[in-house]
Design a protein around this ligand. Structure first.
Ligand SMILES: Nc1nc2c(c(=O)[nH]1)N[C@H]1C(S)=C(S)[C@@H](COP(=O)(O)OP(=O)(O)OC[C@H]3O[C@@H](n4cnc5c(=O)[nH]c(N)nc54)[C@H](O)[C@@H]3O)O[C@H]1N2
Ligand SMILES: Nc1nc2c(c(=O)[nH]1)N[C@H]1C(S)=C(S)[C@@H](COP(=O)(O)OP(=O)(O)OC[C@H]3O[C@@H](n4cnc5c(=O)[nH]c(N)nc54)[C@H](O)[C@@H]3O)O[C@H]1N2
Ligand code: SF4
Ligand SMILES: [Mo]
Length: 703
């Protein structure tokens, strides 16, 4: 038996793992105590990776669906030849616009697949590309482009040195941060509190309580973050708490920023955000007067209707208080490669007149919420879809419409570990290798790692059965299509060219990296280079009120949404997101070990006050209705939720995924049936889907 160091590929910290290998079998995983960065931290989800690896329900051979909807095993050569022939026929008859692709979240943790995806889509001429990014972070790309001139510049909180940390719309205990790669974030937060730092969360749900030593939660109404941030900035300007020198030296359009926030003083926004004006002022003062303050925002705010504006104001708050590029404030994580430059773009150039009016691509992606529309009635319509490591049936809003769309395709091909709910509708389900069956490098967190390092892992074990890496599948398809393929050079092409190039910027070679068993660690975060080297705007200034926001109508929309929220019935219920510790989006549902009592489904969480006023009690079967759909769920009383807010975990609803037997036994409910889909269901600035703060009504199922 041997112990092989590797790292997790499930979420951003990429925690070091030790794989126990017997012969050619992976038999166990444990946290790697000798890992220089994660130092023995790993969560039980990461450790359950071995269950995913050995799951008897995994896709092990290519499968083809027949006319009766039955899946049968098919050889790789036959499958690839038929897929290529059908793609080529569709392209020749209808043009490459008839082919679309959806790239799911796990592809972000799969370094060597990336270039082959690019080559496949590029050579086939596929431009109708969708992905999970418009469900979780597209607003951050859009805002960073507008404010810093590059989609890849996201200064992270200097958690070890800060005196004040404001965390907006995130749950570090459960989700381990996003766009901020740090192992054991809760441990870091506790250490900061013990040092005397103030930690605050803006969240409709009381995710932490002060007596745990992890900070205090300010419970705002969902989908109102932009107004809280504007009120903080307005207070800071009104009370002269800004760092005028920092704004003067590094800001552009500061007067326009002042004018924007002037409309959203604490007294005006209080009834909309549900936080008292005095409390908003205190939030602002405490942030501005802390010696060093840091801020971070995540999906809870991303998924609102104005995630781009919220993230803009987060950056401006940091600059206006002199905390951008300051120790203990927010710093850019350089790591081993200057990724900040890679995302340099001119946002104005990405807009085009499309079938749904003015549209744009965000880092290549169209709005996922339009995928179903583009299949059902696009001009031209999408007739073939390749889904790589995704599950749009459960992860995007509006299941019924997505199903109808996918069922109407001429060709659906899914590359996955499982035949998931989307795969059930596929013509071909192709089995992929998992993280332990492929070499990899932890590039995901580049530019966002708190303790920057780069690590290589070989495949820990050879692929089981007929599983294949995504790159191989795509390159073989390219061969079948008579296009240029990496496999033209032989069966084991070198896929590390780009990585080798990146490493050279630090005088490292691939061999150096391979030889360093647990990676190469770089210097920590340092202030001093942000405004010279990392920011990518022409004048190297932070755009404090991007003209684009005005021109694209986002500033007016902000006021229109404010008026709408103000006029709303305050007792109306809003649905928010709710991740749980043992589940990962839709794809850990087949791990028996994680399906413990109390976690066998995804109830609707409701504040006891809201339940009482509706005559509802714990355990009741309730019907939830939105303007877009309806679901039935069990009621769970939850006093950590702000009244008026209900929450439900996404990724459930495996009734129609029979090959995932554990998941189907405990199917739960697809909360996304309640979510909007189609035009007007995403932020035009960023394509980010609206996934939180969704108005719903809840009543007894029998009443
Ligand atoms: N209501 C609501 N909806 C949400 C969210 C929410 O908070 N609320 N969150 C959203 C977020 S943040 C995201 S990122 C999206 C996720 O959306 P998706 O990426 O579409 O969905 P996942 O459920 O993550 O499914 C990933 C699929 O990839 C497969 N997979 C895992 N590893 C690999 C691999 O190495 N190779 C291949 N080929 N396949 C692999 C899994 O088996 C699974 O079927 O969902 C979004 N949906
Ligand atoms: N265990 C587990 N870990 C995960 C995942 C998982 O599914 N399970 N998914 C991974 C993925 S793909 C991602 S993108 C990351 C996401 O990581 P996070 O962004 O930390 O995601 P969540 O844990 O959903 O936290 C979002 C928080 O926002 C709050 N919220 C909801 N609406 C609003 C709002 O309008 N305003 C504010 N201020 N807060 C709001 C919710 O109550 C919730 O606590 O997690 C990753 N890690
Ligand atoms: S925190 Fe994320 S990266 Fe670390 S072990 Fe858990 S799932 Fe893996
Ligand atoms: Mo995500």
């Amino acid at each position: 038996m041997s112990q092989v160091p590797t790292f997790c590929r499930v979420c951003e910290p990429a925690c070091g793992l030790l794989a126990r290998v017997e012969g050619e079998s992976l038999v166990g995983l444990r946290p790697d105590r000798d890992h220089p960065v994660s130092k023995g931290y790993a969560c039980h989800k990461g450790l359950a990776g071995v269950e995913v690896h050995r799951d008897p329900d995994r896709l092990d051979t290519p499968e083809r669906r027949d006319a009766n909807g039955q899946f049968a095993r098919v050889g790789w050569d036959d499958a690839l030849a038929e897929i290529a022939a059908r793609l080529a026929a569709l392209r020749d008859e209808h043009g490459p616009e008839a082919i679309g692709a959806y790239i799911g979240n796990p592809m972000a943790f799969n370094t060597f697949a990336g270039p082959s995806v690019g080559s496949f889509l590029g050579q086939l001429g596929v431009r109708r590309v969708y992905g999970s990014g418009t469900q979780d972070c597209a607003n951050k790309f859009a805002a960073a482009e507008a404010v810093f001139g590059t989609s890849t510049l996201h200064p992270v909180p200097d958690i070890e040195h800060t005196d004040h940390l404001l965390l907006i719309g995130e749950n570090p205990r459960v989700s381990h941060m996003s766009f901020f790669s740090i192992a054991d974030p809760l441990g870091e937060i506790k250490r900061a509190v013990r040092r005397g730092a103030t930690v605050r969360y803006l969240n409709p749900k009381r995710i932490e309580s002060e007596d745990r030593g992890t900070g205090e939660v300010i419970q705002l109404r969902p989908d109102t973050d932009v107004y809280v941030l504007a009120a903080m900035l307005q207070t800071i300007f009104e009370e002269g708490l800004e760092d005028a020198r920092a704004l003067d030296r590094h800001g552009r359009h500061v007067a326009e920023l002042r004018a924007f926030v002037a409309a959203y003083g604490p007294e005006r926004v209080a009834p909309v955000v549900g936080v008292e004006a005095a409390r908003l002022r205190e939030l602002a003062r405490d942030f501005a007067t802390a010696r060093r303050a840091a801020v971070h925002m995540s999906t809870g705010a991303n998924m609102g209707r104005q995630g781009t504006l919220a993230y803009w104001l987060v950056q401006v708050l940091s600059l206006a208080t002199g905390n951008l590029d300051r120790e203990g404030g927010n710093l850019y994580s350089h790591g081993f490669y200057p990724a900040a430059k890679a995302g340099r773009t001119d946002p104005a150039r990405q807009f085009f007149d499309g079938p749904h009016g003015r549209m744009r691509r965000i880092r290549g992606s169209l709005p996922g919420n339009l995928l179903a529309d583009e299949i059902l009635g696009g001009t031209p319509r999408i007739r073939a879809l390749v889904v790589i490591a995704g599950n749009p049936v459960l992860s995007i809003g509006g299941e019924a419409r997505m199903r109808e769309a996918l069922e109407g395709l001429d060709l659906l091909v899914c590359l996955d570990l499982y035949r998931n709910a989307t795969g059930e509708l596929a013509d071909f389900a192709l089995p992929c290798t998992d993280a332990f069956e492929r070499p990899d490098v932890n590039l995901t967190g580049l530019g966002m790692q708190y303790r920057p390092y780069v690590q290589w892992t070989d495949a820990v074990v050879p692929p089981r059965a007929e599983r294949r890496p995504e790159w191989w599948i795509l390159e073989r398809l390219l061969q079948e299509l008579d296009l240029k393929s990496a496999l033209d050079a032989g069966p084991e092409p070198d896929l590390s060219g780009r990585l080798a190039h990146m490493l050279r910027s630090r005088d490292l070679s691939l061999d150096d990296l391979r030889e360093s068993e647990r990676g190469v660690v770089f210097e920590g975060l340092e202030p001093g280079r942000f405004f010279e080297d990392w920011i990518q705007t022409e004048d190297r200034r932070v755009d404090c009120r991007p003209t684009l926001f005005l021109e694209e109508g986002a500033i007016d929309r902000c006021e229109a949404i404010f008026e709408e929220l103000l006029a709303e019935d305050p007792s109306a219920l809003k649905l928010i997101t709710l991740r749980t510790p043992s589940m990962h989006n839709s794809w850990y549902h087949n791990v028996e070990k994680l399906k413990r009592p109390g976690r066998l489904s995804n109830p609707l969480h409701m504040n006891p006050e809201d339940a009482r006023s509706r005559g509802l009690a714990e355990g009741d079967l309730v019907t939830c209705k939105s303007a877009w759909g309806e679901v039935e769920a069990e009621l769970r009383l939850d006093d950590t939720l702000r009244a008026g807010t209900v929450a439900m975990t996404h990724g459930w609803g495996h009734q129609r995924a029979p090959s995932m037997r554990v998941a189907q036994r405990h199917p739960g409910t697809n909360a996304n049936r309640l979510l909007p889909i189609g035009p007007d269901s995403f932020e035009p600035l960023s394509n980010q889907a609206f996934m939180t703060g969704i108005p719903i009504s809840v009543a007894h199922s029998d009443g």
